[in-house]
Design a protein around this ligand. Structure first.
Ligand code: NCD
Length: 319
């Protein structure tokens, strides 16, 4: 496997399966009283986050700690980049201390790729602008797989602010590699221009009509709601929030009708959620249907597995 994880496209189907299988072992460790493996003893991991994060940063930190790595967090706001230091100088300074892995989140698409070209350490992309977020796609696949057994032939609908979503881009690749069918739903203003012509991934369809997709003859097995990313928007992408919710939100009415068609349909959201805008509390908190907290819990196991694959592959997972 590659030394870095920059894009979901870096992983073959076999590599994805291998990561998900190891994540299952890691999930068992997560359920123990003493959550500690010696696997990454002596390794140092830096979480370098230039954008806000709750779950991604803390789950990488927990994952590293449970595997006995030394993990430290450096946030963009408190680092010397706010004094004008370039990203290149920042990462070269950090790796000069002997760091083995940089987990980076940055507002610029392509930042993780650039960093990988500047340092000897392994680089993990924890979200670069509107581009990719590969560990999120892995944890989403892990979470769905733990319910479905396999994603082969499953129909996954991804809904919302697709244009600004790195979660969407990574999911599209990973789900496709695992054999799922994907339908992408967004208002025309939040659908990436030319999405239909994306050649690296085929076999997905797009729609502007959520109800048509949800209540078609081929109802979805899972619906992934995406956050409306106001911080990446300039100007108006939809007339009012109310209109967005009516057209594209997982409202209580929509959710109930969806379960009427397929009682086993699962609801996902990568978080953070705008409750009442893209998802109602009824859907987000629906016991048995909502996987939102399972996604968070899987996030630690999947990140442990990714760290293991990049930094210790070939060594025993050890118990
Ligand atoms: C996502 C992100 O930051 O890309 N969140 C996450 O990592 N759990 C999605 C989002 O911000 O909407």
């Amino acid at each position: 496997m590659n030394r870095h994880l920059l894009s979901s496209a870096d992983l073959s189907r076999d590599e994805i399966e291998s990561i998900l299988e190891t994540a299952e072992q890691m999930h068992d460790i997560q359920r123990r009283d003493v959550k500690k493996l010696p696997t990454l003893r002596g390794r140092t991991i830096i979480n370098l986050f230039f954008e806000d994060s709750t779950r991604t940063r803390s789950s990488f930190e927990i994952a590293g700690k449970w595997m006995s790595a030394d993990t430290i967090n450096v946030s963009g706001k408190g680092s010397s980049t706010s004094k004008g230091e370039s990203l290149r100088d920042t990462v070269r300074t950090l790796t000069a201390m002997g760091v083995d892995c940089i987990v980076i989140r940055h507002q610029a698409s392509g930042a993780a790729h650039q960093v990988a070209g500047w340092v000897d350490a392994s680089v993990i992309n924890a979200g670069d602008g509107t581009h990719e977020h590969p560990t999120q796609a892995l944890l989403d696949a892990y979470t769905m797989r733990s319910r479905f057994g396999s994603l082969e032939g499953r129909h996954v609908v991804i809904v919302g602010d697709v244009a600004h979503s790195r979660v969407f881009r990574s999911n599209l690749i990973t789900l496709h590699r695992l054999g799922a069918r994907v339908t992408v739903v967004a208002p025309p203003t939040l659908m990436p221009a030319g999405v239909g012509a994306w050649s690296s991934v085929d076999g997905f369809t797009t729609s502007w009509d959520l109800d048509e997709v949800l209540y078609a003859d081929d109802p979805p097995d899972a619906v992934m709601m995406l956050r409306v990313q106001r911080e990446r928007m300039s100007g108006g992408f939809f007339p009012t929030e109310r209109e967005y919710t009516v057209g594209y939100g997982m409202t209580r009415e929509r959710f109930e009708r969806l379960l009427g068609r397929n009682p086993d349909c699962l609801i996902l959201h990568p978080g953070p959620m705008n409750r009442g805008l893209e998802i109602s509390a009824d859907a987000a908190d629906a016991v048995g249907s909502s996987l939102v907290l399972d996604q968070v819990s899987s996030g630690v196991a999947v990140r442990m597995s990714v760290l293991y694959h990049l930094l210790a592959f070939g060594d025993e997972v050890a118990s």
